[in-house]
Design a protein around this ligand. Structure first.
Ligand SMILES: C[S@@+](CC[C@H](N)C(=O)[O-])C[C@H]1O[C@@H](n2cnc3c(N)ncnc32)[C@H](O)[C@@H]1O
Length: 252
């Protein structure tokens, strides 16, 4: 049975607070979002970088929140869309939003660290806005690459610090210390307490670190349609290719 506008409003209110602002039958879920009409304003800047027709493709949306990107992928015809998040409240929002929008999407409670349990590779993996919320960001990227990334990764991270990049040398000598003072050297900024009042912001990369981490985890950056958004394809994981010296902790 179709819900009335008043019924939708009641459910939207009951499911508050929303991070995704969406129009559900004329009801805005987060009209006061501090980033504006989010994530729509971001999506509009990179929507053209993703195939308009996803017919026959499978999509995994990790950290799906209220399902904005899952729903956009389904609207593009993806045959299977699975949205996962470790937060029950966001999953309840996602299920409701998909139901009101009459989109057939699966949602499941899953941490990014457990993607291996899915035992499935997906044509498109979306990993937007999650990396900096993790205590172990590179582990998450490695797990995604190993277990679920079948072809394309759509990635976004908040970035702070220099937006410049630098050619990364194959090696740096022990006494090369100045390079660490260069703003464009890959840096992950550790947030011990809070950033933007959010205790779950742990590591905020600059642009160079974002790109280096993606490469190191085995992704080839194909495009950067928006300053925080990367379209990647799976490539060789280069951590294993590096020599391990006894006691160097290289791969630890
Ligand atoms: C900033 S929101 C991003 C939501 C959406 N992907 C986007 O780009 O708009 C971060 C989301 O990641 C989820 N999240 C954080 N840590 C997670 C983890 N370890 N596993 C799965 N989801 C996680 C949060 O619950 C939240 O829904």
């Amino acid at each position: 049975m179709e819900m009335t506008n008043a019924q939708i409003r009641d459910r939207v209110d009951a499911l508050k607070p929303w991070f995704h602002n969406m129009d559900l039958g004329g009801v805005a879920t987060a009209p006061e979002h501090f980033l504006g009409d989010y994530p729509n304003i971001k999506w509009r800047k990179f929507a053209d970088a993703i195939p308009a027709d996803l017919t026959g493709k499978s999509v995994l949306d990790i950290g799906c929140n209220a399902g904005f990107y899952s729903m956009e992928m389904k609207r593009r015809g993806a045959s299977r869309v699975l949205g996962v998040d470790f937060d029950d409240d966001y999953l309840a929002q996602a299920r409701f939003a998909a139901e009101v929008s009459e989109l057939d999407i699966e949602f499941a409670k899953l941490s990014v660290y457990d993607v291996g349990t899915l035992n499935e590779k997906f044509d498109v993996v979306i990993f937007m806005g999650v990396l900096y919320h993790l205590r172990h960001p590179l582990l998450a990227l490695d797990l995604i690459r190993e277990h679920v990334a079948g072809d394309m990764l759509v990635f976004q991270s908040m970035q702070r610090g220099s937006a410049d990049t630098v050619d990364i040398a194959e090696n740096y000598q022990f006494w090369d210390t100045d390079l660490f003072d260069a703003p464009e050297f890959p840096k992950l900024h550790f947030i011990e307490h809070r950033y933007s009042n959010d205790p779950t912001n742990w590591w905020i990369p600059n642009r160079a670190a974002t790109e280096a981490m993606l490469r190191s985890a085995g992704f080839r950056i194909e495009a950067r349609p928006e300053h925080e958004v990367y379209i990647c394809r799976i490539a060789e994981q280069n951590v294993d290719a590096k020599p391990v010296y006894p006691g160097s902790g290289r791969n630890s």
